[in-house]
Design a protein around this ligand. Sequence first.
Ligand SMILES: C[S@@+](CC[C@H](N)C(=O)[O-])C[C@H]1O[C@@H](n2cnc3c(N)ncnc32)[C@H](O)[C@@H]1O
Length: 383
Amino acid sequence: MYAFQLWREYKLSIAEIYALFPTAIHIFVDDRFCILDIASSQEIIQKASRMWGVIKIIEIEKNMSDISELIIQNAQEHEWKFRYGLSIFGSWNLKKILMDQKRSLKSAWISGRFINKNFENLSSAQIIGEDLVTRLSDFTIIEADKKTYVWKTMWVQDIDAYSKRDYGKTRDMLVGMLPPKLAQIMINISGWSKIYDPFCWLWTILIESILMQNVEVYGSDISPENTEKTKKNINYARKSFDNSIKTADASVLDATWISSSPYLKKADSIVTEGYLGQAFLPHSVTLWKITEEKKQLLEMYKKFFIWLQKANFRKPLVISFPFWEIQGKYYYFSEIYDIIKQYGKTLPLLPRMDDIKHTKSWSLLYKRPGQVVGREIFKIKIR
Ligand SMILES: C[S@@+](CC[C@H](N)C(=O)[O-])C[C@H]1O[C@@H](n2cnc3c(N)ncnc32)[C@H](O)[C@@H]1O
């Protein structure tokens, strides 16, 4: 059994895990952890490097419910001073356990110490900094479903490496840009590796796809200037980052004429954050402005769906549509739901679970606090 510690947007994390491990057996899930039965730890390590909604992955110690025994046993296997970390998700008192542990190690004549600062759970950076994953000495206690599990960390997301490859520095970090993490999750949700983004400027999806070692990426955008910039940036990414790209191309195309795109046949899925409409500011947004914006967006997306259907595009489409917040209330682009129904079928993003569900329209939401616009994410198959 393995526990996946989830990101703040935990439903999107679960959707990503579900897409990558569709046959895993669910043992437990809440907003912090997803516990799964998966046959191969090798498969997990392999897929972990392209998983972005998961903070750390922990392997269960099947025969060891006593944390003290677990730590002493691991300490005895180390030749030199044993350094370890312990994190607790549940009602246990971390300080007490760490102090008890210190005493147990001492009385067993073992030289060792915990690296927790101020008796707080460890961050990913601390775990990586102290190399605790390789040393197999990061432990976690999780209370889930009235059971207590004791786990050893087998993988942790390298947050530093993530920000080091901050390609954002090479372009304008526009407010409202699709967050790279969300782009990665959307790509994983598609389940495929030859990605086409027909609204590609800002190229987050394309670049993330390249960084995820996908082999083909395609983009188009209505603006010639933006398409040119996209091409330049794709070349930059190919030269600057480790990648496995064989073909990358972008061209100017109005998505309302999507059937004329040469990439529909080459790609095996469309993953896109489409046009979100005008960027509204919290103090000036009104319901009237949003209603007007939605009319224009609807016109455009209706044509996009009609022509996708006419082009016989039957591969997965992962797309985010905007929704807006005015004074704490969300206003959805609900007019698009009928269009989706008319031309396609919404596919589930989450496995069947009692407590954690999609929205009523089978989508998942992403929104940053303080921003007017949010994203509603769908996986669709055109009929
Ligand atoms: C929010 S950006 C998309 C972000 C992008 N998917 C990414 O990964 O960073 C919206 C883009 O849609 C483009 N656009 C607007 N209307 C379009 C249309 N009818 N056809 C194609 N592109 C369009 C705009 O030029 C803009 O570059």
